[in-house]
Design a protein around this ligand. Structure first.
Ligand code: HEM
Length: 523
């Protein structure tokens, strides 16, 4: 009897303690998020800035939309509603104002520079940093100074024949397809795919001294294919990095097969770099420029790990970007017959053969350049914010004070499509880039803020491949319209550019274009 009542008492005590603990935990679990939300909404240093409350209260909202691939569209929508300076997470500000470039990217006297945000740009554990993930400003400058030698006007001139070789090859392949159409001399092609083929073949050749042979095989090289599949993983890693503990767990949970595949992909680039290093033939490629300008005694050199990683970065940064802009520009051109006709006339009346289309001469064509500028405005390869952080001591952006560590970036899509800065901002008007747009009385583009468009960014971290990219874009577009009449493919796959998902990069959808062969002669 006594024993029974003792064990009942113990059970009762155990029950009461368990229920109390659970109710305390439940209270904490329900009240903690409320406390966090109240703190973030009313007592945070950024709480005075406008933004949607669920986004300002919890970082989770931002990560969720990033994971879904809708971050670009959602931030665009938020900017339209809240203006050019908005809070999009407890500690993040998105900027869609031309002065954002000066405040975040350019050096301001008396201010520290805004470093890249390691959440987005940090290296994976155990990888040697590259130019995009360098841990210190000194390392970044050392790598940037060395890599810049690959992209000087002199280097570009020396690489011109290699680049055009691949572009001519693409034209030749497309011509073959049209000739298979016999009388009609036409073909429908997924142009996005062809732009990927040509841009990766070019960078493979300039980087590893070996093209990926995508054009010859009419298929994506497996290495390139794999790279694309990591876009979503990259976004997930960035989302997880916002939560230090979750990130650690997440990294432990990634299946070994995925980690192995990622390492194998990286190592393929490493192996190609070493094959190139072992070549005895002199080539005007990136490795030549890096090695020629290295000086181990002064420390102006790359370790072997840095060289391997930077080669991987250059191949990807140099290809995916250009193929995105080419795809977007073509998508708009075929739907703007007036612009396409003007471009076609300019190219066909200026040249009588493709051999005359040198980088130097293409640079002088006003309409071609206007088309490319407009393509870059409407289809930047990185439409989302260029992610940076406020330096030690805090600083101002657009006159607003931000504490150190605040995440901040210029949101390209929202800025470039803002009706405040561009007449008919959502319409493809190459004319806005012509000098007459400013000088002609009554021009609708007189007040356009062209300087708002910095698709290659600017300042300390601005694109080092801008000259190469522009030369490539001009050369591809000119050769295409010189050889083919392009139009929307009846019943073909179409792209609504703004509805494409974006993870670590834009996930481009297929775009069918009808090509009709204009030239009968071979190259
Ligand atoms: C249309 C083509 C291209 C566009 C629109 C573009 C755009 C950009 C932008 C916006 C950045 C700055 C990112 C930031 O500040 O957060 C950047 C950086 C960079 N780009 Fe490009 N890029 C293009 C082509 C290329 C090419 C062809 C290469 C080289 C092969 C290249 C190599 C790089 C590198 C290495 C960086 C990092 C620079 C640094 O951190 O110092 N890009 N690019």
């Amino acid at each position: 009897m006594f024993e029974e009542s003792v064990s009942f008492g113990v059970f009762r005590m155990f029950f009461i303690v368990t229920v109390s603990i659970l109710s305390v935990e439940l209270k904490i679990a329900t009240q903690l998020p409320i406390a966090i939300a109240i703190r973030n909404l009313y007592f945070h240093p950024l709480s005075r800035y406008p933004g949607p409350s669920t986004w300002c209260a919890f970082r989770f909202r931002y990560c969720y939309t990033l994971w879904k691939g809708d971050l670009v569209q959602d931030l665009h929508r938020i900017h339209l509603q809240y203006g050019p300076f908005v809070r999009v997470a407890p500690n993040e500000i998105s900027v869609a104002h031309p002065d954002g470039w000066d405040d975040i990217h350019r050096r301001r006297p008396g201010h520290l520079s805004f470093p890249k945000n390691p959440i987005w740009w940090g290296e994976l554990p155990d990888r040697t940093p590259s130019i995009v993930s360098a841990a210190t400003p000194e390392d970044h400058k050392r790598m940037r100074d060395l890599l810049s030698h690959c992209f000087t006007p002199k280097a570009l001139k020396a690489q011109e024949s290699t680049i055009n070789l691949h572009i001519n090859k693409m034209i030749e392949e497309l011509r073959k397809r049209c000739l298979q159409g016999q009388n009609s001399k036409s073909a429908v092609v997924n142009i996005v795919e062809w732009f990927c083929f040509v841009t990766f073949d070019i960078t493979g050749d300039l980087g590893f001294a070996e093209s990926f042979h995508c054009l010859e095989s009419n298929s994506m090289h497996p290495w390139v294919e794999e790279l694309f599949s990591y876009g979503r993983v990259g976004a997930l890693v960035a989302a997880m990095r916002h939560y230090a503990v979750l990130f650690k767990i997440f990294m432990q949970c990634i299946p070994k097969s995925v980690l192995d595949a990622s390492l194998a992909n990286f190592n393929w680039g490493v192996q190609k770099t070493h094959q190139r290093l072992n070549l005895e033939v002199q080539r005007e490629d990136w490795i030549k420029y890096i090695l020629h300008n290295s000086n181990e005694e002064t420390g102006d050199s790359l370790s072997i790990g840095e060289l391997e990683n930077n080669m991987n970065v250059l191949i990807f940064a140099g290809s995916d970007t250009c193929s995105t802009v080419l795809s977007g520009t073509t998508n708009h051109l075929i739907k703007s017959p007036h612009a396409l006709l003007k471009l076609t006339n300019e190219i066909r009346t200026t040249y009588s053969s493709m051999a005359e289309m040198t980088f130097e001469s293409l640079q002088r064509l006003s309409y071609l350049n206007a088309v490319i500028e407009e393509g870059l405005r409407m289809c930047p390869p990185n439409p989302s914010g260029l992610q940076h952080i406020v330096p030690v001591g805090g600083d101002t952006v657009l006159g607003h004070w931000l504490p150190a560590g605040t995440h901040v970036g210029v949101h390209q899509q929202s800025l470039y499509r803002s009706p405040h800065y561009f007449h008919e901002a959502n319409t493809f008007h190459p004319e806005r880039w012509l000098s007459s747009a400013k000088s002609l009385p009554g021009s609708p583009f007189r007040d356009d803020k062209l300087e708002a468009v910095q698709s290659f960014s600017t300042g300390t971290w601005g694109c080092i491949g801008k000259g190469l990219a522009l030369a490539e874009l001009r050369s591809v577009m000119a050769r295409l319209v010189w050889n083919f009449d392009m139009s929307v493919a009846p019943g073909g796959r179409d792209v609504d550019w703004l509805s494409q998902k974006s993870y670590a990069m834009l996930e481009r959808q297929p775009l069918d274009v009808q090509l009709v062969l204009e030239r009968s002669e071979t190259l």
